[in-house]
Design a protein around this ligand. Structure first.
Ligand code: F1P
Length: 317
């Protein structure tokens, strides 16, 4: 077992420690979730969850918010920016936090690095301990930042979530060898708060295994991308509770066209049940998606401890 795999399976005690921290964010201003890479994907999911719980929120990539915030929100100086960054050192995210504060916005930082530049340049720090052996590919810290972000928008996290997430990751792991054999085109589908999670599944698998991946809102997939589906395609369908019937129909069509479908929370070539409601699904599925990336990398004999062209932090000169 390499360190990446070890860390994925050892993440749950860190979840337990982070659960219950009083981090809730008050106020009625627009919440702007900002981040880069994985952290941006998480921002998208958290913004959707915030809107579903009655807040107002958008998600913006760090560099976009730093250089053209008015393209996203006209009254951008009066927002509450929630900047996500594992390292707390990503140039664009730190710059976005600094610029926002300079303009009068309140900045909350969600990071696992309490001594970082982002932590020093925020009005409120939300942090937790992470696995010390996590490498370049972000796994446990991504889960932790979603957990902390959910708590920040007032979503209580049950203590049992880690056990449920571990069960799902193990169940997926057990069926993966048959599903991923001979598949080279991976598609992740998820709607609402699960779109950011689908993007994260796609990014994770791409980073870890150097495979072309895609992510879409489920019903967008028929509008062009479906032309690529064949016997080389594997689809991860992250079922939602509010659109499930339509998603089931789509999965039937994709299977007829040759795709192997992993249904998380619904049917597929393998269908894995989930035992939490949509408000927690985005967190629950992350370890399963991380192990999928690791297994595809192993099948291609790629070492995820040193992924090609990647560094733990992107710092621009
Ligand atoms: C963001 C990030 C990662 C990505 C890569 C470079 O880091 O883009 O998502 O996997 O390793 O950095 P951070 O701002 O969350 O530290």
């Amino acid at each position: 077992m390499n360190t990446t795999e070890k860390v994925i399976f050892e993440q749950f005690p860190y979840w337990e420690k982070a659960i219950g921290a009083n981090t809730s964010v008050e106020g009625a201003e627009l919440l702007v979730f900002v981040g880069c890479g994985t952290s941006y994907n998480l921002a998208l999911s958290l913004a959707a969850y915030a809107n579903m719980s009655g807040r107002k929120a958008i998600a913006v990539p760090g560099a976009e918010w730093q250089s053209r915030p008015s393209a996203f929100w006209p009254d951008w100086q009066a927002t509450h920016v929630i900047a996500l960054s594992r390292s707390g050192e990503t140039t664009e995210t730190v710059a976005a936090a600094k610029e926002s504060r300079k303009a009068g916005a309140f900045v909350t930082a969600i990071t696992v690095e309490a001594e970082s530049s982002l932590a020093r340049n925020c009005d409120r720090l939300v942090t937790s301990e992470t696995h010390p052996q996590e490498g370049i590919v972000m796994t446990v810290s991504a889960s932790l930042m979603v957990l902390l972000g959910m708590q920040a928008i007032g979503q209580p996290i049950p203590g049992s979530i880690g056990a449920s997430a571990r069960k799902l990751a193990n169940a997926l792991d057990a069926v993966l060898p048959t599903i991923i054999a001979d598949r080279s085109h991976f598609v992740f589908l998820g709607g609402g708060p699960l779109f950011g999670v689908a993007l994260e599944g796609a990014l994770k698998l791409m980073e870890m295994s150097q495979t072309m991946t895609q992510a879409f809102h489920p019903l967008e997939y028929r509008h062009g991308p479906i032309s690529l589906v064949d016997e080389k395609t594997a689809v991860v369908m992250l079922y939602s509770s509010d659109q499930k019937e339509a998603e089931v129909k789509l999965v039937e069509e994709l299977r007829e066209k040759g795709a192997a479908v992993i249904g998380i929370g619904g049917p597929g070539d393998v269908g894995l049940p989930i035992d939490v409601d949509l408000s927690l699904t985005g967190l629950l599925v992350l370890p399963a998606l991380q192990i999928l990336g690791e297994r595809v990398a192993q099948a291609r004999q790629i070492d995820t401890v040193s992924p090609r062209h990647l560094t733990k932090v992107v710092k621009l000169a």
